[in-house]
Write a protein that binds this ligand. Structure first.
Ligand SMILES: *Cc1c(COP(=O)(O)O)cnc(C)c1O
Length: 383
């Protein structure tokens, strides 16, 4: 059952209704202890806490809030989004098969390819904008374990129909994992649409202030893959620090106001860019002419995210000069922060990824939208 977004905003704002009954504090403490004592009968004082590589009270607050926001049952934090993604792949046996989208976060794609090559795990690819193409990507393999979705995809902004992807994955006996970093639980709950696991780079909008590296996985129930992922984290220990976990919880308290403000500005910027003579195309699922607009309208509620890409009239040099002329908007990687960032992905990804050379990806923050539009306008002048 999905809870309406106002109650989710309340869960986030109140950090899961936290109140310390002993002190009256409205903010959870930071608990840095790595080890937890036993009593005179050698029983743990709190059975949930043994050693901080496995679990710590500091992780649990943020994990509970995120599980609730995703309509999930449980959540585990990781040291980074990549550590969360890696934990899932570490559970796969040689000979397994995984289906990836043709457009996804490059850091994840390159690590997954290297890992699966070393481990003899087979990979095939579907078109992110066409979930039916998952059927062909599965055909011919008899041990498909996972189908991976990232929507909207980075940086091409393809929208994948999560419900359809889940049904194709489940028909083949595979599980569906959704990287929902770009959507955020403010607008999409992939578990409600049939996903088996949701992955986040909490470094992005969940924390939102470009000052914490963290990842998270949320599950709807305790299936075997979830238990294996939990064992992987407990054994290999890719956990965040206690202060990072506390900062993440603090960041999530303003998640709804930040993301709602950024999405509103992203829509206004997309419309501004679309009507600008220096722009060839704007890739944003909120625009009615985006090929994924109808699917996005069904599975994203209350907005279309704060990430968009646009193609300038010209080539790589034109795109780089536009980025270089921006005064307020910073050229830097990452997304989902309170500050607006722009990136030329063609410079960073290999030629085979076919990222258009005139594409700029914009992660919209919460500055005044007029200031952002004026900055883009002055940088586009003369093209
Ligand atoms: C940033 C990002 C990741 C990786 O997360 P880190 O926290 O940087 O390790 C994974 N998926 C998406 C969509 C991302 O944007």
């Amino acid at each position: 059952m999905s809870v309406d977004s106002s109650s989710k905003a309340t869960i986030a704002a109140k950090a899961g209704h936290f109140l310390d009954v002993n002190t009256g504090a409205v903010v959870p403490e930071i608990q840095p202890s790595t080890t937890f004592a036993r009593d005179d009968r050698y029983q743990l004082i709190d059975p949930a806490n043994t050693y901080a590589r496995d679990a710590s009270p500091s992780f649990v607050y943020a994990e509970r809030v995120l599980a609730e926001l995703e309509n999930g049952d449980e959540c585990r934090l990781f040291a980074s989004g990549m550590a969360a993604i890696a934990a899932i792949f570490y559970t796969l046996k040689p000979g397994s098969h995984v289906v990836l989208p043709d457009s996804m976060y490059w850091g994840a794609k390159s690590w997954i390819h290297a890992h699966c090559h070393r481990q003899d795990i087979f990979l095939s690819q579907y078109h992110a904008a066409d979930a039916d193409s998952i059927v062909d990507a599965i055909a011919g393999y008899n041990s498909t374990q996972l189908v991976w979705v990232e929507t909207p995809s980075n940086p091409m902004m393809h929208v994948t129909d999560i419900e359809l992807a889940a049904s194709h994955a489940h028909d083949a006996g595979a599980l569906l994992v959704v990287d929902s970093t770009a959507s955020t639980p403010v607008i999409t709950q992939p578990l409600d649409l049939g996903a088996d696991l949701v992955v986040h780079s909490a470094t992005k909008a969940l924390n939102g202030h470009s000052d914490v590296l963290a990842g998270a996985i949320v599950t709807a129930d305790s299936h075997d893959l979830w238990l294996a992922v939990c064992a992987e984290r407990a054994g290999a220990g890719a956990v965040p620090g206690t202060f990072e976990s506390w900062l993440l919880l603090r960041g999530m308290r303003t998640l709804f106001v930040r993301v709602n403000a950024a999405m509103k500005s992203a829509m206004a910027i997309a419309e501004f860019l679309q009507s600008h003579s220096a722009i060839e195309a704007v890739l944003y699922p909120g625009l009615v002419n985006h090929p994924g607009h109808d699917i996005a309208s069904r599975q994203m509620q209350g907005g279309y995210g704060s990430l968009l890409s646009f193609l300038v009239n010209g080539d790589s040099t034109t795109a780089l000069s536009v980025a270089g002329k921006l005064q307020l908007i910073t050229s830097a990687t990452s997304l989902g922060g309170v500050e607006t960032l722009i990136e030329h992905r063609h410079t960073l990804e290999p030629e085979e990824n076919a990222i258009p050379e005139n594409l700029l990806r914009l992660s919209v923050g919460i500055e005044s939208v007029e200031d952002l539009i004026n900055d883009l306008d002055q940088a586009l002048r003369g093209i």
